[in-house]
Ligand binder design. Structure first.
Ligand code: HEM
Length: 343
C-alpha cells in the first residue's frame, strides 16, 4: 500500500503523531496575519499533488487509527450516528459518492465492482470485503450512512433541502469541535449556527445559505474552519466535555508546545443526485504547536492571528483561558518579519 498507516491513539495515552509528510501537507488555514469569519467557499477542485486538496476525500496516515477511534466512540454512544427516516436515500447517495471516489482515486487501497445493482466493495486497509445490492438496506450490516462513514475519515452531516432552508436530518459525528448531532438533529441552518458569535451580524450565514441552496451536482465546494484543542483529541463533543474540558487546565508553559494543537477542519459540500440533499463532510486535521513552528512562516502568522483574535472568537473557540500562554509560547517564533498574503 502506498500509505504507511500509523498505529496511534486519540485518547488516554495520545500516541497520535504527524510524520514529516503530514506536517508539510497540513492545511494551514490563514492567508493573512488576522482572522475574521467570512463566506470562504471555493470550488473543491483537485489542487497540488500530495496536498489534502488533491483527492475528493483525502486518505492519510491516520486513516486506520481514526476509524478505530470512531468505532470506540460509537460503541460508547450510538447516538453519534443518526438518520431520520426520509434520509436513507441520501445515505445511499453518500455511500456511492465515497465508494466511487475512493476506488477511482486510491485504486491500491479500495476497489468497487458494479454489475447493475449488485456491488462488491473491497477496503484493503480495514480488511473489509462486502457484496451488497445497491439501495437494498437488508444487504448491508447497517444503514448506508453508518456503513460508509465507519470507513471514511471525518464527520458527515446530511442536509435535507426544503422551505428554502437546509435541515440537519442525518449525520455521523464523532470528531467534532464541541457540537452535538443529537442536539442539532432536525435543526435548520440558522438554528444550528445560533451559538456562533459575530457571524450573523456580518451576514455570513444569510449569504452562505443562499449560495448553498443553489449548489449544483458535480460542482462541490470547500472551506476551512479552525479551532484549538489541548491533546490530540478527535472527540471533543459536549457529551464528553467532562472528560476533555478539564484537560485544558493541564496546559503549562513547559508543555504547551507538545499538548496544544491547532485543529483545522476541511469542510466540503456536495449536492447528491437522487435525494437532492447536501453532504457536508468535515475532515479534522490536528497539529501540535511544536510541529507547526517547524514551518517558520506558520509560526509567525499563528502568533499574530491568535494574539489579535477578537475576544468573542477566542471565547467561543474555547481557548480564552490559555490564550496568553499560547501567544507567549508562539512569540519566540515571531521575529517581526513582514509576511506576504497567501498560505
Ligand atoms: C459553526 C454546521 C456550513 C460557518 C458550525 C457549527 C455547526 C456547523 C454544527 C457549530 C455550532 C455550535 O457551536 O454549536 C454546519 C453545517 C454546514 C455548515 C452542517 C453545512 C451546510 C457552513 C458554511 C459557513 C459556516 C457554508 C460559512 C461560510 C460557520 C462558522 C462557524 C460554524 C463561522 C463557527 C466556527 C468556529 O468559530 O469554530 N457550523 N455549517 N458553516 N459554521 Fe457552519
Amino acid at each position: 500500500m502506498t500509505i504507511q498507516f500509523n498505529d496511534e491513539t486519540f485518547h488516554d495515552d495520545y500516541t497520535f503523531r504527524n510524520s514529516d509528510w503530514a506536517i508539510q501537507r497540513f492545511p494551514f488555514p490563514f492567508h493573512e496575519d488576522s482572522y475574521m469569519y467570512s463566506v470562504n467557499l471555493e470550488p473543491h477542485l483537485s489542487l497540488r499533488p500530495g496536498s489534502v486538496y488533491e483527492k475528493t476525500f483525502d486518505v492519510d496516515e491516520h486513516y486506520v487509527a481514526e476509524m478505530k477511534d470512531r468505532a470506540r466512540v460509537l460503541a460508547e454512544d450510538p447516538l453519534r450516528c443518526q438518520s431520520l427516516p426520509h434520509m436513507t436515500l441520501a445515505g445511499w447517495d453518500l455511500l456511492e459518492l465515497i465508494m466511487v471516489s475512493k476506488a477511482r482515486e486510491y485504486p491500491d487501497l479500495f476497489e468497487l465492482h458494479r454489475d447493475g445493482d449488485r456491488w462488491h466493495w473491497i477496503n484493503k486497509p480495514l480488511g473489509i470485503e462486502q457484496k451488497f445490492v445497491f439501495l437494498d438496506e437488508t444487504t448491508l450490516p447497517c444503514g448506508p450512512l453508518e456503513y460508509i462513514t465507519r470507513q471514511a475519515q471525518g464527520d458527515y452531516a446530511l442536509l435535507d433541502q426544503r422551505d428554502d432552508n437546509l435541515w440537519m436530518d442525518a449525520g455521523m459525528v464523532t470528531t467534532q469541535a464541541d457540537w452535538s448531532l443529537d442536539f442539532d438533529i432536525g435543526m435548520n441552518f440558522f438554528e444550528w449556527h445560533a451559538p456562533v458569535p459575530m457571524a450573523s451580524e456580518l451576514g455570513v450565514f444569510q449569504r452562505a445559505l443562499k449560495f448553498l441552496l443553489n449548489l449544483q451536482q458535480g460542482a462541490p465546494v470547500r472551506r476551512l474552519n479552525w479551532t484549538m484543542t489541548v491533546n490530540p483529541l478527535l472527540d471533543t463533543s459536549p457529551e464528553n466535555y467532562h472528560k476533555w474540558g478539564v484537560q485544558k487546565t493541564a496546559l503549562t508553559p513547559e508543555n504547551v508546545g507538545s499538548k496544544q494543537h491547532l485543529r483545522v477542519e476541511l469542510q466540503t459540500l456536495f449536492r447528491l443526485p437522487r435525494s437532492n440533499a447536501l453532504a457536508f463532510p468535515i475532515r479534522c486535521y490536528l497539529i501540535r504547536l511544536e510541529d507547526l513552528v517547524t514551518v517558520p512562516k506558520w509560526g509567525r502568522r499563528l502568533h499574530r492571528v491568535l494574539r489579535d483574535l477578537p475576544e468573542e472568537l477566542a471565547t467561543y473557540k474555547g481557548f480564552i483561558r490559555n490564550r496568553p500562554m499560547i501567544v507567549e509560547y508562539l512569540s519566540q517564533f515571531d521575529d517581526g518579519t513582514p509576511t506576504s498574503p497567501g498560505v
